[in-house]
Design a binder for this molecule. Structure first.
Ligand code: NAP
Length: 335
């Protein structure tokens, strides 16, 4: 067995949920370790101005806000590993949980999972190439750049409707491109969007590709009618993809309960997963609200849940804890 120290708490992920969990846990003197990833700061690192986070009346740039979150956690003793967690082995009995960063093993009595979610991609030509040059995953972040310009929203859920309604205040026209004639969005949101003069519904269409113009930015999208296979070209300087999010739950698959969509399931209003000592927070759990403020709130809850767990649960004797690898090694050497 290697000599890895057993930490009180490892937090995996570094958006508002992870850093808030770290702030609370470090103020509770748990000396947490945050495995924050190379691109620390989560989705807010890719955002411009944040105007709806309380306490910043003038607004704040997303990356600056995450730097402040990180600094505040660091001030109380949080330690950071600026690398990706590559593997996790959670102890179902609530003993010592193990997290690997490459070949390096880290152990902890409690773990907060806060790996967030990524916007789902369409996977069509032009999407990656024109990202941040017209193609975006957040209309509420970037709408102001498309004042008096034609724009598209892709998707048929509440997010698509909400983003279209917001965007319609800026863009000259907003086409909602959806692959079916029926929408997943709630009726009230569909009706609200339909009542806005510069919003047009384009169904049943899939995006075939995005194309750039002379300046190298998005200028048009090629749509394909899903029923007839006919294609048509529409002018668009902004295209906002709102087709849902993929939670970053791959490394805990099979170890904690997940929803069909891949979100981690927690017990009631708590952040407890089904594994003692393992808690989850932020967009990894939340399919619905996905705001910085709600993620931060759940990060706070996760730290408090972890603190109470550590207070109330006597440490399991390290000697009683044997990893799967060690069991396999022992079996191999005895046979
Ligand atoms: P969602 O409800 O899962 O909807 C995703 C939409 O994207 C669906 O219409 C889906 O089409 C489409 N889609 C998925 N993959 C696609 C692909 N590869 N190509 C083309 N289209 C694709 O996600 P959401 O809209 O982000 O909403 C998530 C949750 O937040 C929901 O519970 C929603 O109610 C909630 N929300 C509520 C509000 C509100 O104001 N009340 C606002 C935002 C979000 P299909 O329908 O054909 O599958």
């Amino acid at each position: 067995m290697s000599e890895a120290t057993t930490e009180n708490l490892i937090i995996i992920g570094s958006g508002p949920a992870g850093y808030t969990a770290a702030l609370y846990a470090s103020r509770a003197d748990l000396q947490p370790v945050v495995i924050e990833g190379f691109l620390w700061g989560g989705l807010l690192q890719q955002t411009t101005e944040v105007e709806n986070y309380p306490g910043f009346p003038e607004g704040v740039m997303g990356p600056e806000m995450m730097q402040k979150f990180r600094d505040q956690a660091e001030r109380f003793g949080t330690r950071f590993i600026t690398d990706e967690a590559s593997r996790v082995e959670l102890d179902r009995d609530g003993g010592v949980h193990r997290v690997w960063v490459g070949g390096e093993e880290h152990r902890a009595r409690a773990v907060v999972l806060a790996m967030g979610a990524e916007p789902r991609k369409l996977g069509v030509p032009g999407e990656e190439e024109l990202a941040a040059r017209g193609v975006s995953y957040c209309a509420t972040c970037d709408a102001a750049f498309y004042r008096d310009k034609p724009a598209l929203i892709i998707g048929g859920g509440d997010s698509a409707m909400e983003e279209a309604i917001f965007l319609s205040k800026f863009a000259s026209t907003v086409g909602i491109v959806h692959r079916r004639a029926e929408f997943r969005a709630s009726q009230i949101m569909i009706e609200r969007a339909r009542s806005i003069g510069n919003i047009e519904f384009l169904t049943p269409y899939a995006i075939d590709r995005f194309a750039d113009g002379d300046g190298g930015s998005l200028s048009r999208a090629i749509l394909r009618n899903v029923d007839t296979e006919e294609t048509r070209e529409v002018e668009a300087e902004g295209a906002f993809i709102a087709i849902g999010h993929e939670p970053n739950s791959r490394i805990v698959e099979g170890q904690v309960e997940l929803t069909d969509g891949g979100n981690v399931v927690t017990e009631g209003k708590s952040t407890r997963t089904g594994v003692p000592g393992v808690f989850a927070a932020g967009d990894l759990v939340d399919h619905t609200y996905r705001q910085a403020i709600t993620a931060a709130g759940s990060g706070c809850q996760a730290a408090l849940d972890a603190e109470w767990y550590l207070r109330d649960t006597p440490p399991s004797p390290e000697a009683q804890w044997v990893s799967h690898d060690e069991v396999e090694e022992a079996m191999a050497s005895s046979s």
